[in-house]
Design a protein around this ligand. Sequence first.
Ligand code: ATP
Ligand code: MG
Length: 255
Amino acid sequence: MPVRDLRKIEEYIDRLRIKDRDSEDFKIFSSVLDTSVLKTLYRLSNKKIITAMGGVVSTGKEAHVFHAVGERGDVAVKIYRIETSEFHRMEDYIIGDPRFTRTKFTKRQLVYTWTRKEFKNLERAFKGGVSVPEPISYANNVLVMKFIGEDGVPAPTLKDISGELPGIIDPEELFNELITQMERLYRIRLVHADLSEYNVLWFERPFIIDMGQAVHTEHPHSMSFLKRDVVNLIRFFSRYGVRADVEEVIERVVK
Ligand SMILES: Nc1ncnc2c1ncn2[C@@H]1O[C@H](COP(=O)(O)OP(=O)(O)OP(=O)(O)O)[C@@H](O)[C@H]1O
Ligand SMILES: [Mg+2]
């Protein structure tokens, strides 16, 4: 990397106020941040959407999530990885969606479109009264939304609390609540398409996250995605003795 770029990185990092450069967080941060991501973060920091980066919340194959602070309070910053993204899987969820008509992409363009798609999905869901983190902004492969959790610690997923779930909320009630959320999504013509205990955070109530792959109901596979979501929920809740029929639940969602 040219020295000039390195200096720029230093400047960006100072600007983002990352203090402890020996911390694990900083190591992860530097491993995901190339100049392109840093420039994007810099743009967001100019708009005060991010004023200080916090710790790493999650590192995955597709995206890294960080806690940060901005003008709007605590935010989650989801940075999609360009290289490891599953190009063909992403294409399957974009092509066929009437909102995204372009069909030829470079890898980078596809990931940027994916990020914009997640933002648009969140925005639509949030306005439609679905319990999702409020979307705040996006640029390139960086998505910023309200942070669900406290003191930089993210709220647990349903998977994380699966052992103690009945002590927290009646499983039947939570199952019905999630079906209601799916109904609302469907009413605004969206199907989540990756709904499971891994993509629901519990913070006094359920929050549905990870909406990148959510598709318009006109997508040719929307019904099979919907069925898969319903099957996932029924499977998870069956361990608490909740019984439901797949077809009946689907009917309830699409009615
Ligand atoms: N708004 C948020 N507030 C707090 N934590 C969040 C938020 N969004 C995501 N997270 C945390 O980041 C984790 C991963 O987020 P998400 O499910 O959106 O990414 P992902 O696409 O599954 O990433 P990968 O597939 O690469 O693991 C979540 O399980 C949660 O811990
Ligand atoms: Mg996820």
